[in-house]
Design a protein around this ligand. Structure first.
Ligand SMILES: Nc1ncnc2c1ncn2[C@@H]1O[C@H](COP(=O)(O)OP(=O)(O)OP(=O)(O)O)[C@@H](O)[C@H]1O
Length: 576
């Protein structure tokens, strides 16, 4: 079962912390050694109290105080060092998972739920950190205490100890059985809560639509269903834990009764003195705490296991788009792009691009037109390798894009998407997206070319104006011009432009159009054209149908042909 190994997979994250863990462990050993000393002191004290030996009582009280202080110091060392190690392990795991997630290919994100992933990177990793902390901080010391105290009890009276341990295997079996049941409930509860998180991300992201369609009640019932499912699973887990406490408590009580019974019998047989029995009972009392902790820790480990399974499942997913080990960095000089007999399908046997070949000369603007679903977006998405081609090759400046690093490939291709996405941060950060050092002069220059400088300057904080997650305080046209400025700053030799279909007011439209025309100069451009002006100005228009180029030429040539483009033009553009 993979869940057995999910904790083992944490070992590479634990090993780098071994120095801190070892130091903490030394503190733990000292701390644990002091436990039986306390039990021994209690036994000695009883004897002196019986004798009324006040001097010895005072000496022992002083010794007990020293033991207490030393115990406090090593306890602090153990707690703080273990916490440091566990938190660092969780931090490193979080970084690794996030970096892995960034490398996964688009086809993974098309099916994954954002909220679910958010939950894994936050709650699940937090839980693993807590479990690691608990393991070293609580579980290991408890086990050591159990071993040391049991050793002391065995040394004191092995017959009595063995007799009381008869119930231990039964206790372990019962705790184990409860643990498996708990794991199921924790899995169910965590699945529900990550579904809930996914639902929230979706609904809050589309709250405008929810309100517009008066779908609040519908969304509330979906929310309630997941929330109730989680509540139910958690309740089941809490009930199982509560029952487990009763059963383990009953068995512990049985053991204590057995100890008294057997202890009394041993004293009557002169095998045990009263003093030894008191020391023995002090030892038994010292056992109860670590037994309770061990049981609780075991339950928490089961909860953590459900999280660890999910995290390592995610880490096991391989990106479908990868680069070869000896990948070279692509240096684009001219920007010539070739598609050679390229085929691609999202779903096997359903080709979306079908044995397509094309060559874009350096600096050429190619407009892609065709009906919805013809494969225009797919065709351009193959260029930055968002997906791998199934057959054929794509070359840039004669170099197969399969053989170059993804970073160098994508740095050469600017994308102005139809959907304008602004990230939380300032306008300057959004224009210089992906760069940590802000070149303000360059940003301003790019914004000027993108017709964005003027409106940005009019904002109270200028380039340092904070735009929300979705840039809600900017108009559609303004957002588009920021994304154009972003591409201009990158200054890529190849540009992919997905023209927005949504209508802007004519002034805004003119500003966007002007910005686009500027950015299209001196680069190889693929534009999914929705505007007549773009189509007309393109050096070449490719008409796509079912993933194939069915017509090619400039606007006038294609009109003269009276073919598909001419009728498409009549339908699509003549109304403009
Ligand atoms: N991620 C995906 N997974 C599965 N099928 C997809 C995916 N993206 C697109 N498709 C399918 O591939 C075909 C081509 O889609 P594509 O988006 O490339 O067409 P398009 O010409 O750009 O259309 P539009 O003009 O409507 O944007 C369509 O049938 C579409 O349903």
């Amino acid at each position: 079962m993979k869940n057995r190994s999910s904790y083992l997979q944490l070992i590479p994250f634990i090993l780098p912390q071994s120095t801190t863990i070892t130091l903490a462990f030394i503190c733990t050993l000292l701390f644990t050694t002091l436990w039986p000393i306390q039990a021994w002191l209690a036994g000695e004290m009883t004897e002196y109290i019986g004798r009324g030996d006040t001097n010895s009582i005072a000496r022992l009280a002083g010794l007990t105080a020293v033991v207490f202080i030393v115990k406090g110091i090593v306890q602090y060392g153990q707690d703080s060092l273990m916490a440091k190690a566990a938190l660092t392990i969780a931090l490193n795991l979080r970084k690794v998972v996030y970096s892995h997630l960034q490398k996964l290919s688009l086809n993974y994100f098309e099916v994954a739920k954002t909220g679910d992933l958010t939950y894994r990177l936050t709650e699940d990793i937090d839980r693993i950190g807590e479990v690691v902390n608990q393991f070293f901080h609580d579980f290991v010391p408890c086990i050591l205490q159990l071993i040391v105290v049991l050793g002391y009890m065995l040394w004191l009276n092995w017959q009595l100890t063995m007799a009381t341990l008869v119930l231990a295997p039964l206790m372990a079996i019962i705790i184990g059985a409860f643990g498996e049941r708990l794991l199921q409930y924790f899995r169910r509860s965590q699945n529900r809560i990550s579904n809930l998180s996914a639902l929230l991300t979706e609904v809050l992201g589309g709250i405008r639509l929810v309100q517009a369609f008066a779908a609040e009640d519908y969304e509330l019932s979906r929310f309630a269903q997941e929330a109730e499912g989680n509540c139910q699973a958690k309740y089941q887990a809490e009930k199982a834990k509560a029952f487990q406490i009763v059963v383990v408590g009953f068995l512990t009580l049985m053991s204590v009764v057995a100890i008294f019974f057997l202890g009394g019998w041993q004293i009557s047989q002169n095998n045990l003195t009263g003093k030894e029995f008191v020391s023995y009972l002090a030892g038994v009392a010292l056992l109860i705490d670590p037994i309770t902790h061990t049981t609780n820790n075991y339950n928490s480990f089961k909860e953590g296991q459900a999280s660890a399974d999910k995290i390592f499942e995610l880490l096991a997913i391989e990106p479908s788009v990868t680069e070869p080990k000896n990948a070279i960095a692509l240096q684009v000089v001219t920007g010539k792009v070739e598609y050679n007999s390229v085929s691609f399908a999202y779903v096997p046997q359903t080709p979306v691009i079908n044995n397509l070949s094309l060559t874009a000369s350096p600096g050429e603007t190619i407009a892609l037109v065709g009906s919805s679903g013809a494969g225009k977006s797919t065709l351009v998405n193959l260029l930055p390798r968002f997906y791998n081609v199934d057959q054929g090759d794509i070359l840039i400046d004669g170099v197969n894009i399969k053989n170059v690093t993804l970073k160098s490939l994508r740095q050469q291709i600017g994308i102005v998407p139809q959907e304008t996405t602004l990230f939380s941060g300032t306008i300057a950060q959004n224009i210089a997206f992906g760069k940590t050092d802000l070149d303000l002069q360059g940003i301003e220059k790019a914004a000027k070319i993108a017709n964005a400088h003027q409106f940005i300057s009019e904002l109270s904080q200028g380039y340092f104006t904070y735009v929300g997650e979705r840039g809600v305080n900017l108009s559609g046209g303004q957002r588009q011009r920021i994304t154009i400025a972003r591409a201009i700053l990158l200054n890529p030799p190849i540009l992919i432009l997905d023209e927005a279909t949504s209508a802007l007011d004519s002034e805004s439209e003119d500003l966007v159009q002007e910005a686009l025309e500027r950015i299209m100069q001196e680069r190889t451009v693929f534009v999914i054209a929705h505007r007549l002006a773009t189509v007309r100005r393109a050096d070449r228009i490719l008409v796509l149908e079912k993933g194939q180029i069915v017509e090619s030429g400039n606007h006038q040539e294609l009109l003269n042909k009276h073919g598909i483009y001419a009728s498409f033009y009549a339908r699509q553009f003549q109304a403009n």
